[in-house]
Design a protein around this ligand. Structure first.
Ligand SMILES: Nc1ncnc2c1ncn2[C@@H]1O[C@H](COP(=O)(O)OP(=O)(O)OP(=O)(O)O)[C@@H](O)[C@H]1O
Ligand SMILES: [Mg+2]
Length: 359
């Protein structure tokens, strides 16, 4: 679902930009502080309703301005060009419009614009806590299982209510009604995630063979609680411990994806460049799997493409992105660093002091 046009207004240092895009590679070239990451951040906002850099909308809206706009047109799966847009105000209010219809949900943006971001801090997917890896799994489950979004939202709300109840309950039976529903949702979420990890594993292994042939990657799903105990039973058994803690200790909100090479956690073995390649392999695997399953193409946003990579690895990565046939946005300080990626339908944009000109 490539974007064909992008209009950005009052977004960080980008005052106004209106560009026609390539359905293949779009390069953003410019010096430090020129606005390359900001443009990728604007596209990310259009697909996720939030920034990947800041949780505060006020930081993203241009200084002195009251609101920002990111809108454009995308090609739907039946090849119609449709408008899409998001507006955010300083008071936190958000408006989403898709296909001319206002009042759309942010999840709807994600449905029509599946995005994959690869940025210099991106290897926190492998080195940080499980939150990032849950988000990784849930990106895939969200796009492949229509009931997931609502089930996960409901699980999180019920889990919060349970945590509040734990503080006042005097006997487990006061929780049973909530726990029955929690367990039903947890079982669904667990099954969907397990199935997704199973499906993505072989695609990820094949891609890792291309980027890191010296390593054998192994993805293992952990559901967030002991594999032999049904969740409903676990909730009852852990009631007293959960009460002492003041929250529910185990559950799908503790799920993780353990990523190892040769039996050792990746963060203990791989170099920074290798970690970046591994993240690329995992993200491209998600994109490929999405296309196989739904026919949808995701858009790749690659910030600071060249960092940490030698020229041979850059070439390999360039070939891999070319083979996806997807729309790709690539930022780089110099044109030289992306020379391997340039194709006849590529577009080059020069970024300077927040202005973006096609070159
Ligand atoms: N809310 C804002 N209003 C105006 N300008 C801002 C705002 N937030 C950040 N900026 C400025 O926007 C500029 C763009 O930064 P950006 O991260 O997009 O640069 P970049 O081209 O990616 O640079 P690098 O090559 O160093 O990564 C910076 O100079 C930053 O100070
Ligand atoms: Mg940058």
């Amino acid at each position: 679902m490539p974007l064909t046009r992008l209009v950005v207004q009052k977004f960080r240092n980008i005052k106004a930009c209106d560009i026609e895009l390539s359905a293949g590679f779009n390069f953003l070239i410019g010096p430090n502080g020129s606005g390359k990451t900001s443009l990728l951040e604007a596209i990310y906002l259009l697909g996720h309703g939030r920034s990947f850099k800041s949780t505060l909308t006020g930081r993203v809206i241009q200084n002195e301005a009251q609101e920002l706009f990111v809108h454009g047109r995308f090609l739907s799966s039946d090849q119609f060009e449709l408008p899409i847009g998001i507006n955010k105000q300083r008071d936190g209010s958000t408006e989403v419009k898709i296909g001319g219809q206002s009042g759309q949900k942010i999840a709807q943006l994600a449905k029509v614009l599946p995005l994959q971001l690869i940025h210099p801090e991106g290897f926190d997917l492998l080195t940080d806590g499980p939150k990032q890896r849950r988000a990784f799994m849930d990106w895939g489950v969200f796009h492949s299982e229509p009931a997931f979004y609502e089930a996960w939202g409901r699980f999180k709300r019920l889990n919060k209510q349970r945590n509040a109840l734990l503080k006042t309950a005097t006997h487990y039976r006061e929780l049973r009604y909530w726990d029955d529903e929690l367990a039903r949702l947890a079982d669904n979420i667990d099954a969907w995630r397990r199935q997704y990890v199973q499906q993505i594993s072989s695609v990820a292994q094949t891609l890792c063979q291309v980027f890191l042939p010296e390593f054998d990657i192994d993805l293992k799903y952990y559901r967030g609680w002991d594999k032999d105990t049904p969740y409903s039973e676990l909730l009852e058994k852990s009631f007293e411990r959960d009460q002492l803690l003041g929250y529910t200790f185990s559950g799908p909100n503790k799920a993780d994806l353990k990523i190892k090479v040769g039996g050792t956690p990746v963060e203990d073995v791989l170099s920074r460049g290798q970690l970046k390649l591994m993240v690329c392999a995992l993200r491209v695997a998600q994109g490929q799997h999405l296309t196989e399953l739904t026919g949808k193409q995701c858009i790749y946003l690659i910030d600071d493409f060249a960092s940490e990579l030698d020229s041979q690895r850059r070439e390999r990565l360039a070939d891999c992105f070319k083979s996806t046939g997807a729309q790709v946005f690539v930022s780089s300080i110099t044109q030289n660093q992306v020379a391997d990626m340039i194709e006849s339908n590529s577009k080059m944009f020069h970024v300077e002091h927040g202005t973006i000109e096609q070159g």
